[in-house]
Design a protein around this ligand. Structure first.
Ligand code: ATP
Ligand code: MG
Length: 571
């Protein structure tokens, strides 16, 4: 198989000619699909939920298909609309107003989504926190955002330093058998009494909708502020890139504590009126295959860290499930290793479509559209209406095939509007009209972008610049290697040498000869200068809770340096 050019060949896709759309593209055209374009009344919760609930043909369609080990439930658009009216009434009763920050610290459940939209319906700003956060991570985010209300569960309450957060005035407890003290708001009682009618708070498209904290891969997480206007791009990328049709069953595996879990776990599917699978509980390859099979998922948006685990789990496992309903698979969060694309073509007979974007960008920017030829290892090309380039540190565009800063022309619809309470940080992203991402990449002659690494992660060895990603990708092609994290280690002679940390697949034993074999494998398969001089076997590779390899931690450990902010480190 020629892996350098994988053609779109699935008859199931809508291969609309988005290439042609790039010419003379205008976001104004996309806006016409929203009801506010006609009415002037804006609220993303209305567009995502209530609009469908008011439509006799759509209201009884399942919006949310919830599945967790001990609970299964389906919620229609009409039900979700009413439930979020009820939560909005609770928030209003307790004095929540437009612009207030209301944070959610609870597992994925139907109540999470009802609360989320209730927050938007009163015009407040939602701040979803990942349920596995420990006390320090919760404290930092509630302090920074000055949230006045928190919605949580009795199980998680112990991680909230309630008495040390002066701004936090109210705590709503969901699923409490009995209330610890009477100054908590009991969700289960309130929801029974709350009316399911609510006059939604109409807002401005530039009013706040969400604060998301970044993953913390490169340092202290930043509070990224998004406004209702982002819905334009959530909707459009859902339509073009995720290829939503009204009868799709879609599953985005990300938790709403991360931006993927809101932009593509909430807004994109529901703005497009699609049935959305929400799965609680832990990841195992078996349980995820089971979810795809059981709900006849047609579109699946997931991440390289999970996909690599599927590859390691082997081809025999996947054969035990009927995954024939699946028609489209997408990935985000980390570079997508070519090995994973080869595997998917073999086991699913489907391509995996990589998408690149960040918390700060709010939505996809560089993607593989269904109509595009895929070049494994490349993130693809910018969506219509977005201009991307590789620039130097002064914001000057660099020619093709030169590594530099991946940058986007300022001003796409879902761009963050602030770093919360940190205008200096916000300004620092912009140079010469470009949003500079902090990722390094190059662009080929055909306009495909190739991720190299985080700027800080690029390795300078004997005068050559090596991106850790291509070394990691080559390493995991070796049958013994499950995962790899690659760093530059200071070296008096070479500037830096390449050091790789790997985990082994089941059935492989560590030995000097195996390490040498792996080294030779990279040397002959990639290049001599990119072959790691040192390889160390570990039981696991440190990752953020959103599943990203934390190379800065590998480096700090290796060099005996302070580890910095580890609030998002996976256990
Ligand atoms: P922090 O900003 O706190 O260090 P983070 O950058 O990991 O954390 P996110 O906003 O969740 O936080 O992740 C965005 C980053 O994820 C991008 O800057 C990029 O490095 C990486 N990323 C996302 N998608 C892709 C992709 N398709 N290919 C390569 N890298 C990707
Ligand atoms: Mg970042």
């Amino acid at each position: 198989m020629d892996m350098t050019k994988v053609q779109a060949r699935s008859g199931k896709h809508n291969l609309a000619d988005l290439e042609a759309m790039r010419e003379g593209f205008d976001w104004e055209e996309v806006k016409k699909d929203f009801s506010w374009y006609k009415t002037g009344k804006v609220n993303a919760a209305y567009e995502a939920i209530d609009r469908h609930a008011e439509n006799p043909d759509k209201k009884n369609q399942v919006a949310l298909l919830y599945s967790a080990p001990e609970r299964e439930e389906s919620v229609t658009f009409e039900q979700l609309s009413k439930q979020s009216n009820q939560t909005a009434n609770i928030f209003k009763k307790y004095g929540i107003q437009k612009g207030d920050r209301v944070f959610l610290f609870m597992p994925r459940s139907p109540e999470f989504y009802a609360n989320f939209f209730g927050i938007l319906k009163v015009g407040a700003i939602a701040g979803p926190l990942f349920e596995a956060f420990m006390e320090q991570a919760v404290r930092d985010r509630l302090e920074d955002s000055e949230a006045t209300m928190l919605i949580t569960t009795p199980e998680l309450l112990g991680r909230v330093p309630v008495d040390e957060l002066p701004h936090l005035q109210q705590i709503v407890l969901v699923g409490a058998e009995e209330l610890p003290e009477d100054d908590y708001i009991d969700f289960d009682t309130e929801i029974k009494e709350a009316s399911d009618e609510f006059d939604i708070e109409w807002v401005d498209r530039e009013d706040g909708m969400l604060i998301h904290y970044t993953s913390g891969s490169t340092g202290k997480p930043k509070g990224v502020y998004h406004v209702h206007n982002a819905m334009i791009q959530h909707y459009a990328t859902g339509k073009w890139v995720i290829d939503f049709k009204e009868d799709d069953v879609y599953w985005c595996t990300a938790d709403p504590g991360w931006v993927t879990g809101t932009s593509y776990g909430i807004f994109a599917p529901w703005l497009n009126g699609v049935t959305n699978v929400i799965r609680g509980g832990r990841f195992t390859p078996e349980s995820w295959y089971e979810t795809l099979d059981k709900f006849n998922v047609t579109i699946w948006y997931t991440a390289p860290t999970a996909l690599r685990k599927f590859v390691s789990a082997g081809d025999e496992l996947v054969k035990q499930y009927d995954l024939s309903s699946l028609r489209h698979v997408l990935s985000v969060g980390e570079p997508l290793n070519p090995e994973v694309i080869t595997w998917a073509l073999r086991v699913f007979d489907l391509r995996i479509h990589d998408t690149w974007w960040m918390t700060e960008t709010g939505a996809m920017l560089i993607v593989n559209l269904p109509s595009m030829e895929i070049r494994p290892g490349s993130m693809g090309r910018p969506i219509p209406g977005v201009e991307a380039a590789i620039v130097d540190n002064e914001g000057n565009e660099l020619p093709p095939n030169q590594m530099g800063n991946l940058a986007i022309k300022k001003g796409w619809p879902s761009m963050m509007r602030a770093i919360w309470k940190n205008p200096g940080k916000y300004e620092s992203y912009f140079i010469n009209g470009w949003y500079v991402s902090g990722d390094s990449a190059y662009m080929d002659e055909d306009g495909y972008f190739w991720f190299q690494g985080r700027l800080d992660d690029v390795i300078n060895t004997s005068g050559e610049r090596v991106g850790p990603f291509e070394v990691e990708s080559k390493l995991i092609e070796h049958e013994a290697v499950a995962e790899a994290g690659v760093i530059g280690k200071p070296d008096p002679e070479r500037g830096e040498i390449i050091k790789a940390f790997i985990t082994l697949n089941p059935g492989y034993e560590a030995s000097d000869s195996l390490l040498e074999e792996i080294r030779q494998f990279v040397k002959t398969g990639l290049s001599a200068h990119a072959a790691p001089r040192e390889i160390e076997i570990k039981d696991s590779i440190p990752k953020t809770r959103s599943g990203k390899i934390m190379r800065r931690l590998l480096k700090s450990w290796e060099l005996g340096l302070p580890t910095g902010d580890t609030s998002t480190l996976e256990e």
